[in-house]
Design a binder for this molecule. Structure first.
Ligand code: TMP
Length: 254
């Protein structure tokens, strides 16, 4: 296979030029970082699992009418996506208090919020992704008021759908982060869900035991990190019962 041109390397993924114009290949690494990369490590098998989990969730969301950048999975660690112009905002939805909201506002982790809350963070590593208001986003032109209407509408639908999907497999969707992009087709522009949805960017707690099944196990050194990601995949029905052994297909990448 011809070597692909690398366009961008992030903390957990690499983007390569795609086979056709307007497409990219998104490669999932096992690397994990936390606290703006002050903490670094690897979670063996994470890339393979996140590729599958994100594929599964994006396909289910597409079925209920959420437009996404996802086209199809290519290999164990790669998926073909549409090239979009990323809106430089991390959109966080919280259903239950945890993480930075608990720290900032002094609300005990696990407190159910009176309603789902959306927060925005400006994607800028040098500034440590500061929280911003919609006012900053539209005033500085990171997104237009119309983009924001679409983003809020899509985000609430994603939250409703994923909350139900995870509850069905005994998992509470505590909070999550999504990113959106502008997809241009001729002169038309649509806002679509981009990036990934995986235990790297969700908080997922077991409904019976409250056990954490997400990247907080890595952030907080709770152990059994790979097992947690595998358990999420297993419950979603996308990890063969035999486990990772059956997923180690040939690595086609480079
Ligand atoms: P927080 O409580 O640390 O603000 O995180 C809220 C949610 O967003 C949580 O599900 C983890 C996710 N998240 C990311 O995906 N990327 C990030 O850089 C941060 C800080 C959080």
């Amino acid at each position: 296979m011809a070597r692909r041109r690398q366009l961008y390397e992030g903390k957990a993924k690499i983007l390569y030029e795609g086979p056709e114009p307007g497409t990219l290949v998104q490669y999932f690494k096992d690397d994990a970082t936390a606290f703006n990369a002050q903490k670094k490590g690897t979670i063996p098998g994470k890339g393979v699992l996140n590729n599958r989990i994100s594929e599964f969730l994006m396909l289910r969301l597409a079925e209920v009418g959420i437009p996404t950048h996802f086209i199809r999975r290519l290999t164990m660690r790669e998926q073909l996506i549409r090239e979009v112009e990323i809106v430089p905002i991390e959109v966080v939805v919280r259903n239950i208090a945890a993480g930075s909201m608990s720290t900032r506002l002094g609300i005990a982790e696990g407190t159910r919020l009176p309603r789902s809350i959306i927060e925005y963070y400006y994607k800028n590593d040098a500034l440590n992704d500061p929280m911003v208001a919609e006012e900053h986003i539209t005033a500085f032109g990171w997104a237009s008021p119309q983009d924001m209407d679409d983003i809020v509408h899509l985000t609430l639908r994603i939250n409703d759908f994923l909350t139900g999907l995870f509850l069905g497999v005994g998992i509470m969707l505590v909070d999550f982060k999504v990113e959106f992009g502008r997809l241009w087709e001729n002169d038309d522009m649509r806002i679509v869900l981009a990036d990934e949805i995986s235990p790297d960017n969700c908080r997922l707690w077991d409904t019976k035991t409250n056990e954490k099944m997400d990247k907080d196990r890595f952030r907080r050194d709770l152990g059994r990190v790979e097992e947690a990601y595998q358990e999420v995949a297993k419950r979603l029905g996308i990890l063969p019962e035999a486990g990772m052994r059956d997923m180690k297909g040939p690595e086609l990448m480079q």
